[in-house]
Design a protein around this ligand. Structure first.
Ligand SMILES: [Zn+2]
Length: 256
């Protein structure tokens, strides 16, 4: 089975791409493992794979892109509601045809992703890195255990106890990092096993860094500079079973 090349890993600015269809199949015809990735998708939907993709596949705490795909030179005829990456590197674009003939293998199609959703998800995800860097600078011994960058539930979790008094301190450091408008740098290092998190591909691991100050294996999409995230609000600090959660949010719209 041919693999998909994920172009967003090297160029997160792509919003439209012409590429070739590899397969268009019913969800019922997928392997059991692949079906398990489509849990909340109607069974009459279709799984589409293509040579390349600009769609972010859900993982690493970041939601999937949505968008539309159509034959070249025509309106979009396939709406994409979810994209998942299989363990063997296929990118399944789940969705449905809108009164249209299914694509055939080898056909050229145009992918378009929902731009405002991608920008919002990238800002939320990048904000997680900024909160993480603030924590690293303020409390270098704290071990991060979990990250979630979904809308309305974005948070970073740390081993040990944090208190409400820590909130304004973290907020101040986060504001400073946004004000500094630091570059988000993406690089690749050798090694690392391919995983669901999407950090590693073909024996290389993708590294995201804020201005060279930190070093995080990451498969997500980012905005190019911290200033583009806009204001980040540290919503609350909560504790459970020795783990502290720092909840944060960004505005759904970019402030100008
Ligand atoms: Zn990231």
């Amino acid at each position: 089975m041919a693999n998909t090349e994920a172009l967003y890993l090297d160029d997160a600015s792509l919003r439209e791409l012409t590429t070739e269809v590899l397969s268009s199949q019913s969800i019922t015809s997928l392997s059991e493992e692949e079906k398990s990735l489509a849990k909340n998708i109607p069974t009459e939907d279709i799984a589409l794979t293509m040579r390349q993709t600009i769609f972010y596949a859900q993982g690493g705490g970041q939601p999937s892109d949505t968008g539309a795909i159509g034959p070249t030179g025509q309106d979009a005829t396939f709406s994409v509601s979810l994209v998942r990456k299989t363990p063997d590197g296929r990118y399944l674009h789940f969705g449905k045809y809108v009164d249209a003939t299914p694509f055939t293998a080898g056909q050229l199609v145009v992918q378009k992703i929902d731009d405002s959703k991608r920008n919002y998800h990238s800002r939320l995800h990048t904000a997680g890195h900024i909160v993480g860097l603030a924590m690293q600078l303020l409390m270098p011994d704290r071990k991060k255990v979990k990250a979630n960058h979904f809308p309305n539930e974005a948070s970073m979790e740390y081993k040990g106890l944090l208190y409400n008094e820590d909130k304004p301190v973290i907020q101040e450091k986060v504001n400073e990092l946004v004000r500094q408008d630091l570059k988000i740098l993406i690089s690749w290092s050798e090694g690392g096993a391919d995983g669901e998190e999407g950090r590693s591909h073909d024996g290389r691991t993708r590294i995201a860094s804020i201005g060279g100050l930190d070093y995080n294996p990451c498969g997500g999409t980012h905005v190019p500079r911290t200033g583009l995230v806009g204001s980040i609000v540290i919503r609350k600090i909560s504790r459970q079973k020795g783990i502290s959660r720092v909840s944060y949010d960004v505005s759904p719209e970019v402030e100008r």
